[in-house]
Design a protein around this ligand. Structure first.
Ligand code: PLP
Length: 401
């Protein structure tokens, strides 16, 4: 039976050119990039070359690229790393004093600020579950709602910003319904907010010394661009983001390798702490562990190819998307499109349908038996038969979602 793969948002095949680039780094050029001898240096040079290639694709400096094991880890590092760094500073000046009768007193205790982060309600689980976990640890989290097309409510986002907000995270393109979020507008809202903060903070605020960066640098802006890189401009300065997540396996690269772009601020103090510790020389101290050299080389090659083919791929897929939608309207007139009808507002690799009298799971099995691989939702939660949190956030009932 001929098989048809319709699940590229979950994972893409490895491009043969990427496979070829990776090949020598499995057994021939196997050195540990941390080692000082020739083998190590060879691997280290390759990793730096790859870092530079990805940096060019994002329009940033190679020092701003941190390799991780996945986009899930990058998202965790962005959220947890910012919060961890913030908390360290809050308590670093405390002194515990003992009056020799075993009465302890804490002096210099900084007034604690409850940090706040803002995420959209339709983020990937690697953001949402991390946010929920941070919430349990005392962080305030605002889940900004979306409209029926999955577009983030900018008014609510703006209203949620305050002086305690240290991070905003909104994905660039949604993995389930393909909605392209207004990242440029969000960056503008955040930058206007910071300017206003600057004006009102001409005199030093009492919490100023609690922030690793000048308070006017907050909130930082993170975007999960995993689904966007193939099709959309990911230049970090154009986007106005401070942190950006990518995954190689969505751009015809290997599985198990991710990137977090971390903007270097003018002030030397870092605003991110590692969540995987143990290798202070690795990834500029932000992620311990021997680098996945073949994965990194593969990521860079895939990024380079994706950059080159972005425009032509956009055109090719847009045509297929329009054709598919037109045919569906004829073949299954009762099927309803989830997400924006205006295709320019969704990623060209995505169509998401609701079939009124069919369960998604049944349909998926029937299609699979005919050789068609489709997905009922995000791959990481596809085995859990639960309504999609994305469709629910868009206002659909549990049944439909
Ligand atoms: N973010 C988005 C938007 C995704 O679509 C995915 C994967 O489906 C991830 C994050 C997680 O990627 P990874 O499998 O590399 O952890």
């Amino acid at each position: 039976m001929k098989k048809y793969y319709f699940d590229y948002a979950a994972g893409t095949p490895l491009d043969p050119r990427v496979e070829k680039a990776m090949k020598p780094y499995w057994s021939e050029k196997f050195g540990n990039p941390g080692a000082l001898h020739w083998f190590g240096q060879e691997a280290s040079a390759a990793v730096f070359g790859a870092r530079d290639t990805i940096a060019k694709a994002l329009g940033c400096n190679y020092r701003e690229i941190i390799f991780t094991s996945s986009a899930t880890e990058s998202n965790n590092l962005a959220l947890r790393g910012v919060i961890k760094n913030f908390k360290i500073l809050r308590f670093q000046d405390c002194k515990i004093e003992n009056d020799k009768k075993n009465n302890f007193a804490i002096s210099n205790l900084q007034l604690a600020i409850k940090p706040k982060i803002i995420v959209s309600a339709i983020e990937h689980d690697s953001i949402l579950e991390t946010a929920r976990d941070l919430e349990r640890k005392g962080v305030e989290v605002i889940y900004v709602p979306v409209d029926k097309n999955g577009m983030v409510d900018l008014k609510k986002l703006k209203e949620s910003l305050d002086e305690r907000t240290i991070l905003v995270s909104v994905m660039y393109a949604n993995n389930e319904v393909g909605t392209i979020e207004p990242i440029f507008e969000i960056a503008k809202i955040i930058s206007d907010f910071k300017k206003g903060k600057g004006e009102s903070q001409k005199s030093k605020g009492k919490f100023d010394n609690l922030y690793p960066l000048p308070p006017t640098s907050y909130p930082l802006f993170h975007t999960d661009a995993v689904q966007a890189f193939n099709y959309l401009n990911c230049n970090v300065d154009d986007l106005g983001v401070d942190l950006l997540t990518l995954s190689a396996q969505k751009i015809y690269g290997p599985k198990g390798i991710g990137v977090l772009y971390v903007r270097q601020m003018s002030r030397a103090a870092s605003y991110l702490s590692p969540i995987i510790t143990g290798g202070s020389a690795q990834e500029y101290g932000l992620r311990g562990g021997t680098e996945n050299v073949p994965g990194i080389i593969g990521f860079a090659k895939a990024a380079e190819l994706a950059e080159k083919s972005r425009n032509s791929e956009n055109k090719r897929l847009r045509k297929l998307q329009e054709y598919f939608l037109a045919r569906m309207k004829k073949i299954a007139p009762k099927a309803k499109l989830n997400g924006p009808e205006d295709l320019k507002k969704r990623n060209p690799n995505n169509l998401n349908f609701y079939f009124p009298s069919q369960s998604g799971q049944d349909l998926l099995i029937k299609l699979d038996l005919e050789g068609f691989a489709v997905s009922p939702g995000a791959a990481c939660s596809a085995r859990v038969c639960a309504p999609s949190h994305v469709l629910k956030a868009m206002g659909f009932s549990d049944g439909r979602a």
